[in-house]
Design a protein around this ligand. Sequence first.
Ligand code: GTP
Ligand code: MG
Length: 192
Amino acid sequence: MRMISATFEKSAFKEPDWPRDKKPEIAFLGRSNVGKSSLMNSLLGVRGLARTSRTPGRTQALNFFLVNEKFRFVDLPGYGYARAPKNVKEQWNAAATDYLAQREELVLSVHLIDARHEPTASDLQLDEWLKHHGKPHVIVATKSDKLSNNELTRNLRRAKEILGTPEILPYSSVTGRGRDDIWRAINNALNR
Ligand code: GTP
Ligand code: MG
């Protein structure tokens, strides 16, 4: 993908605020603090475009980014951040699940898991939901730079077993490892 432009377009909580012009969308989802914003920034080559933070749960709305005037990246609220106030948590869940269930423009979900840990119950739940609803998705194991090659191989094997999937793409926003593979998956989805 040749990057020509990437701009933050808008934040939205509810369906009436989603963009209306029918461009295809790639959504990034996973638990809070897993590295969604970092992955988007590194794919787009723009540092700080999608806000990254050390404070989990900062991103509460859906954030739309327009890429090359052709398609969008959508940063979904992270799940599983227990310390958020209850009503905020409900709003996150509603915003993300409404989007996943309803959005016709969605051509690919990029589901991030943490390469260091076993997939969580919420990871499994999301994966099962995506499969059940026939949503095209790819699983990315991020923060792979924090593991040795042996540990990474072992953890990827374990995560594939737990999630029942033949492929998980290892990734690091620090080294850029896996970037080409993720772009390939995105391009395939855009060209389908
Ligand atoms: P929320 O928006 O709060 O749900 O978080 P997020 O999923 O967008 O995570 P974010 O990209 O903000 O990253 C969280 C923290 O993890 C930041 O401190 C990042 O610098 C760090 N991080 C993200 N990806 C990587 C990675 O591949 N390797 C390492 N070492 N750190 C990473
Ligand atoms: Mg974020």
